[in-house]
Design a protein around this ligand. Structure first.
Ligand code: NAD
Length: 290
C-alpha cells in the first residue's frame, strides 16, 4: 500500500468525540467552506460536540448534504449559500445564524480558493495573473476580515467567542508557485494576531490553524499523485493528514478548554515545517525507507 493511500473514511479515528462528551452544548457556530473537506469535517465535529452549526458555502447542494449528515446524527445545522468575499452575503449568513440559533459563539473562517484547482494562473511572480492575485486575496483574506468585522459585535452581545481561521503552512515558507495563495494566508496569520490583540480583553479569542497536506477533495482533484507523494515525503508522519485531524483542533479551539490560547498560529502539519529542509534527502542518503 502506498503511504499516500487514503484510509477509508469509515475507519474509526483513535479519538472518539463521543467519548470526550460534548464541549459545545448551547453554543452556535458558523463554518465557511463546510460543504467539503476540512470545513465539512469541522462542521460535523462541532455539531457532534453539541453546537448548532451554520454552513456558509458557495456550493449550496454540498452544504445541504452536510446539514443532512449532521441532522441524521442528531445534530442541528442550517445551510446558507454565500460567497465569502462578499460583505453583504457574509452579513446575511451571520444574521440568518442569529435568527435561527439566537447567538454566535464560534466563527471558523475556512473557505478558500486553493491555487491548484479552483484558480489557475497562481504562478511565480513574473507570470502571476493580477486578476488571480486579486481574486485569491478577496476569497482567502478579505473574507476573514469581513467575517471578523461582522461576527465580533454579535459575539460581544453574549460575552465573547472564538474565531478560528484556516491558514496554511504555505504562508511560512517560500515556494516556486502559489505566490498569491501563500501571501493570502500570511495575511490571515497577521489578521489573526490583530483580532486577538484588539478583542482579547473583551472575551474574544482568535487563532489560526496551519494545516500540512490534508487529503481533501481539493487535493484529490487539484494535485497529481506524484505531487502528493513528493510533498508527503517531507512530512514526518507516515501518512497525510485527514480533515478530521484539523477538525479536532477546531473543536479544541472552539471550546473553553483552550481559554488560555489566543493569537496563535497552530501548525497541524505532520511536522513538515519543523525540520531541516534536507530531511527527506538525508533519509534517502542514509538508506532509511520506513
Ligand atoms: N487540503 C490541504 O492540504 C490544505 C492545506 C493547507 C491549508 N488548507 C486550507 O484549508 C481550507 C479548506 O480546504 P480544503 O482542502 O478542505 O478544500 P475544499 O475544496 O475541499 O473545500 C473548500 C470549500 O470552500 C468552498 N468555497 C470556495 N470558495 C468559496 C467562496 N468564495 N465562498 C464560499 N465558499 C467557498 C468550496 O465550495 C468548498 O466547499 C482552505 O482554507 C485551504 O486553504 C488546506
Amino acid at each position: 500500500m502506498s503511504q499516500t493511500d487514503r484510509p477509508p473514511s469509515e475507519e474509526a479515528l483513535p479519538i472518539d468525540p463521543a467519548r470526550l462528551g460534548p464541549r459545545l452544548t448551547d453554543r452556535s457556530a458558523i463554518v465557511t467552506g463546510a460543504a467539503s473537506g476540512i470545513g465539512r469535517a469541522s462542521a460535523l465535529r462541532l455539531a457532534a460536540e453539541g453546537a448548532s452549526v451554520a454552513i456558509g458555502d458557495i456550493d449550496e447542494a454540498g452544504a445541504k448534504t452536510v446539514v443532512a449528515e449532521i441532522e441524521a446524527a442528531g445534530g442541528r445545522a442550517i445551510a446558507h449559500r454565500m460567497d465569502v468575499s462578499s460583505e453583504s452575503e457574509f452579513q446575511s449568513l451571520i444574521e440568518t445564524t442569529l435568527e435561527r440559533f439566537g447567538r454566535l459563539d464560534i466563527l471558523h473562517n475556512n473557505a478558500a480558493a486553493l491555487g491548484h484547482a479552483s484558480i489557475g494562473g497562481d504562478n511565480g511572480i513574473e507570470s502571476l495573473d493580477v486578476d488571480v492575485w486579486d481574486r485569491t486575496l478577496a476569497i482567502n483574506t478579505r473574507s476573514v476580515m469581513i467575517g471578523c468585522k461582522h461576527a465580533i459585535p454579535r459575539m460581544l452581545e453574549t460575552g465573547g467567542g472564538s474565531i478560528i481561521n484556516t491558514s496554511s503552512g504555505a504562508a511560512l515558507l517560500g515556494g516556486l508557485t502559489g505566490t498569491a495563495y501563500a501571501t493570502s494566508k500570511a495575511a490571515v496569520n497577521c489578521l489573526t494576531q490583530y483580532v486577538a490583540t484588539q478583542y482579547g480583553k473583551q472575551g474574544i479569542r482568535c487563532n489560526a490553524i496551519l494545516p500540512g497536506l490534508i487529503m481533501t477533495p481539493a487535493v484529490a482533484v487539484g494535485m497529481s499523485q506524484e505531487a502528493v507523494d513528493m510533498i508527503l515525503d517531507h512530512h514526518m508522519t507516515t501518512e497525510a493528514g485527514r480533515p478530521e485531524d484539523i477538525a479536532a483542533m477546531v473543536a479544541f479551539l472552539a471550546s473553553d478548554e483552550s481559554r488560555y490560547v489566543t493569537g496563535q498560529l497552530l501548525r497541524v502539519d505532520g511536522g513538515i515545517t519543523s525540520h531541516a529542509p534536507t530531511f527527506a534527502d538525508t533519509r534517502r542518503m542514509a538508506g532509511i525507507t520506513d
